[in-house]
Design a protein around this ligand. Structure first.
Ligand SMILES: C[S@@+](CC[C@H](N)C(=O)[O-])C[C@H]1O[C@@H](n2cnc3c(N)ncnc32)[C@H](O)[C@@H]1O
Length: 280
């Protein structure tokens, strides 16, 4: 039986309230494909019964499962490659030159999914910048989903996952085989702090940052939420810090207080409108 308009409305209001993810009209198929299996696993006859049960007595655990099921966790090692090339070629060398005094570097993978993004960055630093060995490197990975946070902490990836974007020499060097899976070595896991965090709620205990990877998550939010989040990123990004967004995302027409910087085939953003940065 297909999803009723009332149940769709109930789910989309719930998901919006808890995650800021917008489920527009036409996304009924997505709700069905994600939530029918969940309803069955939770012992309901279907989605209709689960929605009725939740309306009558919303269990926080089930609400969390529903919201998590509606997140899209697609990711891969060195996804889209170019931002990582820009980090290697320009951003990290510039930061090494600028932070030689403090020898501190902080990078945040916001909406990090199962951790491929932050571990790609950890490997990039280890492989290319031996000078950073005695620096204080802070690599922070956060995601809304508890399941993704647990997966990132564990750093365990299937054969299929390591086949996507991870060069074989890095697999051999930084992973150990655990049965049918591959686990990223403790040495790299120790570099990464992993936390659950909802980007749409207040941000607690956020450090000042040099680089933010905020990729492939703004697409799920309304313009107002995007603007709010980009504003908060500006507050914690150092003036010479860098923001990377996903290939389909931009600050343009959302928050004009950024300067777009082209590096080879990719672009990133620096805090401050272009004319103000030039005048500074
Ligand atoms: C498509 S993945 C992007 C992963 C990675 N950044 C990349 O580009 O490969 C989107 C992630 O955003 C997370 N997410 C969705 N809404 C969120 C929110 N309100 N706060 C934090 N993370 C959120 C999801 O759980 C999911 O893991």
């Amino acid at each position: 039986m297909s999803l009723s308009a009332t149940d769709f409305d109930y789910i989309r209001t719930l998901v919006m309230k808890r995650s800021a993810i917008v489920l527009e009209a036409g996304k009924e198929y997505l709700v069905e494909s994600r939530l029918i299996p969940l309803a069955k696993r939770e012992g309901f006859s279907g989605l209709e019964e689960m929605c009725a049960g939740m309306r009558a007595k919303p269990s926080p655990a089930l609400v969390e499962k529903v919201v998590e099921a509606m997140t899209t966790n697609e990711t891969s090692f060195f996804r889209d490659l170019m931002p990582f090339e820009a980090m290697k070629k320009q951003i990290v060398p510039e930061l090494i030159a600028a932070r030689g005094g403090s020898k501190c570097l902080s990078i945040w993978s916001a909406a990090s999914s199962s951790g491929q993004e932050i571990y790609s960055l950890a490997m990039l630093l280890r492989e290319n910048f031996p000078a950073l060995r005695d620096w204080r490197i802070s690599l922070l990975a956060t995601d809304l989903s508890q399941e993704m946070v647990a997966r990132t902490k564990q750093g365990l990836f299937s054969q299929l996952e390591v086949n996507r974007g991870l060069p074989a020499p890095l697999l051999i060097k930084y992973f150990t085989k655990e049965g049918t899976h591959w686990q990223i070595k403790q040495e790299l896991r120790d570099l990464v702090e992993v936390r659950q965090m909802n980007l749409a709620e207040s941000w607690k205990l956020m450090p000042q940052l040099d680089v933010v990877f905020l990729r492939n998550v703004l697409i799920y939010f309304s313009v107002e939420t995007k603007r709010e989040i980009l504003g908060r990123v500006r507050e914690i990004l150092r003036p010479d810090g860098t923001l990377f967004l996903g290939a389909a995302e931009t600050t343009l027409n959302i928050d004009e207080n950024w300067t777009r910087v082209q590096i080879d085939k990719t672009s990133c953003y620096r805090p401050g409108a272009a004319e103000l940065r030039k005048a500074a």
